[in-house]
Design a protein around this ligand. Structure first.
Ligand SMILES: [Zn+2]
Ligand SMILES: [Zn+2]
Length: 364
């Protein structure tokens, strides 16, 4: 079968032929990959600044955002059957007995760093034709979501962020539960992770503002309006304007991977505010930030900064429910996130170029 692989030692990215995987254990499931999303992480791996092949493999098959159709199941599989649609989770637990998060099914909080991630770190990914994995890493998707379910992995980032916000908000005397419409939330960035985060915030009833570069007539900004959120151009308004325009900002959901703009917005976070980081910046020269103002605010305004990576099973399941709701509320906006569909034969060029919101590799 075909697969798109990176070879870090020779710095090559190319389509390869590899043996089709087979079911080797009773709880394993074989899927035919229907769609695989391309994201910034894939582009970084294909530029050799991130990612690691499996032990003893010269190459890594990339891709970590996939929708598949179940075509075969082991004798002990209970939750999936041939014909079902399903998405695959990314991270797999480390082997250490003392890693309580991994032993509890929350490898997104692994404490040893010896986890693997399919398509990213130490395990082949999903830009291929067939995949086998244990049923515990596979989440069933209703057939109605077929055309957009490839968005569930990036949505799981927003879902885990929402879980973290809920947990952090528990410290507050209940007021976020009163009526979130009274509370301003800001999303930094209008790429797929930002727009899916904005959908989640709107759906959770926050008064939601997307702060990003971009022109008011761009496809990304049209999605912002279509879901009932508001766009603020970072080219027209510096971060200091946000507090003046919005009052007390209670949640900032960062989806840019750019440290400067993120910390500038952190300096205008409101009283009891929560700032969620999801982006991974490249490591460049140190930047200047207003550290004293930020530290004063953190203390005097009871603020919390929280980073979040990856997602657990519950975030994928919540994503399935929410994606169904998004498709009821603003189906055209959800569909508009996918701006190109290409075949695996053309995937190399698509990974090595940019453009559009989300490109998806689709089975021929
Ligand atoms: Zn991704
Ligand atoms: Zn672990």
């Amino acid at each position: 079968m075909k697969a798109l692989a990176v070879f870090p030692s020779s710095r090559e990215v190319r389509l390869i032929d590899q043996p089709e995987p087979v079911i080797a254990g009773p709880t394993e499931v074989k899927l035919r990959i229907l769609e695989a999303g391309i994201c910034g992480t894939d582009r970084e791996i294909a530029s050799f600044i991130y990612g690691a092949p499996p032990v003893n493999s010269p190459h890594l098959v990339i891709g970590h955002e996939a929708l598949g159709e179940v075509i075969d199941v082991g004798s002990g599989v209970t939750g999936l059957a041939p014909g079902d649609l399903a998405v695959l989770m990314v991270r797999r637990p480390c082997p250490h007995d003392h890693c309580i998060p991994c032993r509890s099914g929350r490898q997104d909080f692994c404490i040893t760093g010896d986890f693997t991630e399919r398509g990213i770190k130490g395990a082949h990914g999903y830009m291929t034709e067939f995949v086998v994995d244990d049923e515990r890493y596979i989440v069933k998707v209703p057939k109605e979501l077929r055309e957009v379910a490839v968005l569930l992995e990036p949505l799981s980032v927003a879902e885990k962020a929402a879980e973290q916000v809920r947990i952090v908000a528990e410290r507050l005397p209940g007021y976020l539960k009163v009526d979130p419409r009274n509370f301003r939330a800001v999303v930094l960035g209008a790429g797929p992770i930002g727009l899916l985060g904005a959908m989640k915030l709107v759906h959770s009833k926050f008064d939601t503002y997307v702060y990003s570069r971009g022109k008011a007539d761009s496809p990304n900004v049209r999605i912002v309006s279509a879901i009932g959120a508001h766009f603020i151009s970072s080219e027209e308004h510096p971060p200091a304007d946000l507090a003046k325009m919005l009052g007390n900002i209670i949640v900032v959901y960062e989806a840019t991977g750019v440290a400067k703009i993120s910390f500038d917005v952190l300096s205008v976070l409101g009283v009891n505010g929560i700032f969620i980081f999801t982006g991974v910046p490249g490591v460049t020269a140190p930047i200047e930030i207003d550290a004293e103002q930020i530290m004063r605010n953190l203390v005097l305004k009871n603020q919390v900064i929280c980073g979040t990576v990856n997602a657990g099973c519950s975030s994928f399941e919540e994503g399935v429910d929410d994606l169904g709701s998004f498709m009821q509320r603003f189906p055209a906006a959800v569909r508009a996130l996918i701006t190109a569909r290409i075949t695996l034969d053309d995937a190399r060029d698509a990974v090595l170029s940019r453009g559009g919101i989300k490109s998806v590799i689709t089975a021929a």
